[in-house]
Design a protein around this ligand. Sequence first.
Ligand code: HEC
Ligand code: HEC
Length: 199
Amino acid sequence: MHMIRFPALLSLLASVFCGASLYAQGTVVVPPEPKPAVTYADIADIVLQNCLGCHSADVAFGDVVLDTEENLKSLSKQASVALKLGVMPMGDEGFKDTPDGQLLIAYLDSLQSLVYADIAPILQTNCVSCHSGPTARKGVRLDTEAFAIQNASRALIMLGEARMPPRKPSFKASDDGQLLLSWFQNPLPTPKPVTTPQP
Ligand code: HEC
Ligand code: HEC
């Protein structure tokens, strides 16, 4: 019995992981298409046509160079904001509403995730007074990136249950509380800065 079922299960799993269609008892089960992520390859031409005239290594207005994937990623936050405000591409306010503009914004936004630098000031204001150095309450330090990452899962529980900061149950629902909560769920370090080539 096991000898028969086990390989069948394996091949089923294999086809799931390969994203292939499933063939079960003669019927074809097509898994739902996952929403495709926008990749750099999808938007490289859009950047070339709409941005690089002013943001290449040769012509870098505002010291902004967007000519490689790395450079674009390191400025994704600023670029997304500038696009949504309609200030970039300079002189083309309507670009953000075009299909190309929408695709570029979707790509830039998909790169956004909270990193330590985004929430460090919130920790500083709301937690660090009681959670720093050798006198940290319960020995839980939140005063450096490494300690904050190390203690994120415990902090997630305390904030999730609105038990920290003490006697401030409303903090959890505030904007800062929500940002902190999502960082504790996925405590990413601040990325190392990418150096852009100077023109
Ligand atoms: C016609 C020239 C021109 C084009 C095209 C252009 N920019 Fe700019 N961009 C500028 C100039 C000039 C500045 C510097 C503005 C300043 O310092 O106030 C700038 C600054 C920026 C900045 C930094 C300023 C900020 O708001 O943080 C970003 C990011 C940026 N551009 C992104 C883009 C992107 C993305 C595109 C393409 C979708 C683009 N730009 C197209 C001229 C241009
Ligand atoms: C006013 C001082 C104070 C502030 C501000 C404060 N805490 Fe605490 N924290 C305490 C005390 C006291 C304890 C020990 C409480 C206990 O044992 O019940 C504690 C315990 C903890 C623990 C350990 C719980 C465990 O046993 O696993 C975590 C994690 C924690 N706090 C996270 C935070 C976070 C996150 C913030 C900011 C949002 C914060 N604290 C703000 C005083 C504070």
